[in-house]
Ligand binder design. Structure first.
Ligand code: 13P
Ligand code: SF4
Length: 326
């Protein structure tokens, strides 16, 4: 055990919180769903850790009475849309998403009106209001398959992530109209830093999330969602990886492959942090309090749920047909 008293105190309080959360979860018939970008201790207590697509499937299929969503607001909202009869809790209601915020509903409505005859494919990182205006939702693990479910000559608006949209345009030979939004965490990962890391670590492979900018993706050996990056790091036989995404995923990568080394891409000089500040708002203590007090709760009106559900269910159906989901 560490001799650092602060660390010992943290370990002790985490142990107590783990026990209390486990007891409450059992008593209240609750399930804890966590995204890979959550802090390690939340990932460790969760019933299920996954990427956005896997988490939405879990939220749709669970028979628990309460869903505690350890992620950000749009994720908990998606869970509520898929399971409206359940109580959906988010440990910190302020845990938003810069990408979702980059697409305000009024402006997006005008954008759709300015492009008549276009289908709307929206990345799941958007508000429920944007989902109600969409024909189908996608995540980073199924975006190509969802877009390719439309005829090649279909006119499509892709929102809100311009980086993911440009990547899908490049790899599917499409010319989708892109909403000008991005995730401030991935968008800041710099190609200069990546090149520098590649020069310093010539034996390491670069693996990147498609929310990164094109110049970073152009350098990558593998591009995929958080779950896909994790799977690649497990099955590929390289020993060292440069990882271009939010740092939370490293916890599972190290757990799965303790013999491998993972080098996280820092941002440019103005910001040395690749942590998502929204994802990191949730703490073990907030998770405990939210389960204990059953608040903050996600609520949505029935009409929004009804309209937003259709494009999400369409996504799940296409993903199942493509064997992306069990
Ligand atoms: P995925 O979970 O699809 O990899 O998306 C990452 C992300 O940015 C979630 O906010
Ligand atoms: Fe949003 Fe980016 Fe944070 Fe994901 S990592 S929740 S896209 S701000």
């Amino acid at each position: 055990m560490s001799s650092d008293p602060k660390t010992q105190k943290d370990i002790l309080s985490n142990k107590i919180l783990f026990e209390r959360i486990s007891e409450l979860r059992r008593k209240k018939n609750a399930i804890i769903l966590a995204h890979y970008y959550q802090v390690p201790e939340i990932q460790d207590i969760a019933d299920f850790v996954g990427d956005s697509l896997q988490l939405s499937q879990k939220a749709a299929e669970t028979d628990a009475k309460i869903i505690v969503f350890a992620g950000v607001h749009f994720m908990a909202e998606t869970a509520k849309i898929l399971s409206p009869e359940k109580k959906v809790l988010l440990p910190d209601l302020e845990a938003g998403c810069s990408l979702a915020d980059s697409c305000p509903p009024d402006a997006f409505k005008r954008f759709i009106e300015a492009h008549p005859g276009h289908k709307v494919v929206s990345y799941i990182n958007c508000s429920a209001a944007i989902k109600t205006m969409s024909d189908v939702i996608c995540t980073s693990s199924n975006a190509k398959i969802i877009v390719n479910s439309f005829p090649q000559d279909e006119k499509i608006i892709f929102a809100p992530d311009k980086n993911l949209g440009a990547y899908i345009n490049d790899t599917s030979g499409r010319n989708m109209v892109l909403w000008d939004g991005s995730c401030h965490v991935h968008n800041q990962l710099s190609d200069e830093k990546v090149i520098q890391l590649k020069i310093e670590n010539p034996d390491a492979k670069l693996i990147a999330h498609p929310e990164c900018r094109g110049p970073v993706l152009a350098l990558a050996d593998f591009i995929g969602s958080t779950a896909a990056l994790l799977e690649y790091s497990k099955t590929d036989n390289t020993k060292r990886y440069i990882v271009a995404t939010e740092g939370g995923i490293i916890h599972q990568m190290k757990k799965a492959s303790p013999d491998k080394e993972f080098i996280v891409v820092p941002s440019d000089e103005t910001c040395s942090c690749n942590d998502c500040p929204f994802m990191k708002m949730n703490t073990l203590n907030k998770l405990y309090l939210c389960l204990k007090n059953e608040t903050p709760e996600i609520t949505l009106d029935a009409e929004t749920i009804e309209k937003a559900k259709k494009p999400i269910l369409r996504m799940l159906k296409i993903s199942k047909a493509a064997n992306l989901l069990k």
